[in-house]
Design a binder for this molecule. Structure first.
Ligand SMILES: C[S@@+](CC[C@H](N)C(=O)[O-])C[C@H]1O[C@@H](n2cnc3c(N)ncnc32)[C@H](O)[C@@H]1O
Length: 222
């Protein structure tokens, strides 16, 4: 599937640059600072960048604005890594550019991604990261993926509002698409998500959350 000309995300904007999904009634980022949250939850939660090495595969549920991709690219520096994200309701390049104005460091690095996205490309390079965004409902596209991630960013909207991206069957697919020793991190500590990930073969633990959130979750597979 190639990228549609029109946005498929249904958005409201808060404070000019914070996208809020009207479909899911949830913001794309923490109100307390998306880039810092990404670094705390998804990078540190997966022990990145320390584990990065050539060919390292990151996978993500929920591409959104691509902020997590940009943070990975900044963290990876010259190390060639791979990033695959699953997204059902892609934002347009103009919407993504608007959201990134809140994060000057990310905005400054986003040029090649935004140019590719505006051309309708879902495979592109950002810094040393080979990126691919697989469009469609992750419940259908992830089972068909032939890859295996060394680290997962689980970044759906809140489990209460977007339960389809956190269900037990999908978490089992996350487990099935994880390399030996691979890890996951997510901002949520919701019980049903943690149980689904444990059933998928991860040793799940709690860690301090970002900016006043008591807990996030992280884990690794044997
Ligand atoms: C919190 S946002 C992701 C934020 C993103 N990681 C970023 O860096 O901007 C959650 C994303 O999950 C996507 N999503 C929700 N349900 C989905 C599904 N069933 N399959 C694939 N993507 C889905 C939404 O469209 C949204 O882009």
């Amino acid at each position: 599937m190639s990228l549609p000309d029109q946005s498929q995300a249904a958005l409201d904007w808060r404070d000019g640059s914070l996208p809020v999904s009207t479909r899911f009634d949830d913001p794309y980022f923490s109100l307390a600072g998306g880039l810092a949250e990404t670094r705390h939850v998804f990078l540190a939660g997966n022990d990145l960048p320390a584990r990065l090495c050539p060919g390292f595969q990151v996978a993500e549920l929920g591409f959104g604005t691509g902020l997590n991709l940009i943070a990975l690219s900044l963290a990876a520096g010259p190390v060639p890594v791979r990033f695959t994200s699953f997204e059902a309701f892609p934002m347009s390049a103009a919407e993504i550019a608007r959201a990134l104005t809140a994060f000057p460091e990310a905005e400054a690095a986003a040029g090649p991604f935004l140019a590719a996205w505006a051309r309708g490309e879902t495979r592109f390079t950002l810094g040393a990261v080979e990126a691919e965004v697989i469009l469609g409902d992750a419940r259908e596209t992830l089972p068909a993926w032939s890859g295996a991630a060394d680290a997962w960013f689980l970044d759906g909207f809140s489990p209460a509002k977007n339960p389809e991206l956190w269900g037990e069957d999908l978490m089992a697919e996350v487990g099935r698409h994880t390399a030996p020793g691979g890890s996951f991190a997510t901002y949520t500590a919701a019980g049903f998500v943690r149980r689904g990930l444990a059933a998928a073969g991860f040793a799940v633990s709690r860690a301090p959350g970002y900016a006043g959130k008591r807990h996030m979750s992280r884990g690794a597979r044997a």
